[in-house]
Design a protein around this ligand. Sequence first.
Ligand code: GLA
Length: 392
Amino acid sequence: MTGEGDLRSNLLRSFEACFGEAPEWVARAPGRVNLIGEHTDYNDGFVLPMAIDRGVWVVGRSRGDRTVSVYSLYFDDRREFELDELDRGGDEWIEYVRGVAWALGERGHVLSGWEGVTAGDVPVGAGLSSSAAVEMATARAFHAASGFRWDPREMALAGQRAENEWVGVNSGIMDQMISASGVEGHALLIDCRSLATRAVPLPPGTSVVILDTSTRRGLVGSAYNERRAACEEAARFFGVPALRDVDVATLEARAAEMDPLSLRRARHVVTENQRTLDAAEAMARGDAAEVGRLMNASHASLRDDFEVSRRELDVIVELAQGHAGCHGARMTGAGFGGCAVALVDAAATEGFVREVAAGYEAATRLHPKVYVCAASEGASLERLAETGPAAR
Ligand code: GLA
C-alpha cells in the first residue's frame, strides 16, 4: 500500500474513533512545486506550477449546525469553533481552518458546520505549499458540508484572502490556484492577472525531482515583502499597474534611467515572465531540453538579480545541472531556503537522485530529502457510500 493509502485509511479509522460514527466524505488538496515563474504572481504575471502527489486530507461528516470540530492527527489536537463567532485566535493550526471559514463568509457563502479529522504528507516549511493545501482541503470540506458550487478560482481567492488577512502572510495567488485547479500529468500555466489557466503536459520521458536542501527560510516574510515593494516601485517608474505590463525591450530601453538595484529586481520579473511563457510553449511541444535551459536561466536570475537564493540552494542546483541526465534545475518557491526542482530523464532518475544527494552531503554536511513527484489533480471531494471504506 502506498503512503497515501496508509494515511487515508488511518484518517478514516481516526474519524470513527474520534466522532463515533462513519465519515461521509474525504476532501483532499495537493501541495505544489513551481517549475518556473518565480516571484511573478504578485506582479500579475505568469507561473507554471504543478500539483504534487502529496497533500492534505480532511475526512469528515456534515453536522447541519454552525459548529466546526476538527482533530489534527499531526498536532494530536482537537479544536472547535462556532461559525457565528469567528475571532482570530493565536497562531495555531486551526487559524487556517477558521480563516477559510471567514473568507468564504466574506464572499457571501452561507456555511454549515462539520466535524473532521485532518492530516497531510506535504513537508511543512519546505516551500511546497502545505498551507495552501490546508486551505483548499478546508474549502472542499465546507463545500461538502454547505453545498455551494465549487469554483476553483473563487476558492483560490478565498484561500489567499485567509492567508493574507487572517493568518497574516502576504503571498500571491499561485499556491492556492494550483492546489485548487491542478491537472493530473500536467503543469498549469496560470495568468495571475486574469486567473486563466492552460494545462500543459509534462515532457514525455521526464520526471520532476524535488530536492529539499534541509535549510529553512529565516526572515523570509520581511525579505518577501521588501521584494514586493521593490517591484511595485519599479512598476510606478514605468507608469504601469504591475511589472507584467513591461516587456523585455521596454526594460532595456529605459535601463540607464534606473538605479541598479531596481533594475535588477525588475529585470528578473520581466525576463521571468517571458521565460515562463516560453517554457509553457516548449512543454506543449515536448521539448524538455528547452524547458531545462529556461529553468537554468531562471535560477541564475533569481540568484543574481532577485537575490533570493542561498549557498545551499546554489550548491544543489549546480550539482543537479551538472548531471548528464538532467535537463535543467532551479530553486523553487519564495527562496532563502527550502527546495530546488529539477527536470530529469526518467531513465536516469535513480542515479541522479543518488549522485546529487551524495554530492550535496559532501559539500554541505546536510542531508537532503528528495521527492520524485507525479503531477496530480487539484482539490477533490469523494463522497463515501454509507457502508463505504470507513466500515472496513
Ligand atoms: C511564495 C508565495 C507565492 C509566490 C512565491 C514566489 O511561495 O506564497 O505566492 O509569490 O513565493 O514565486
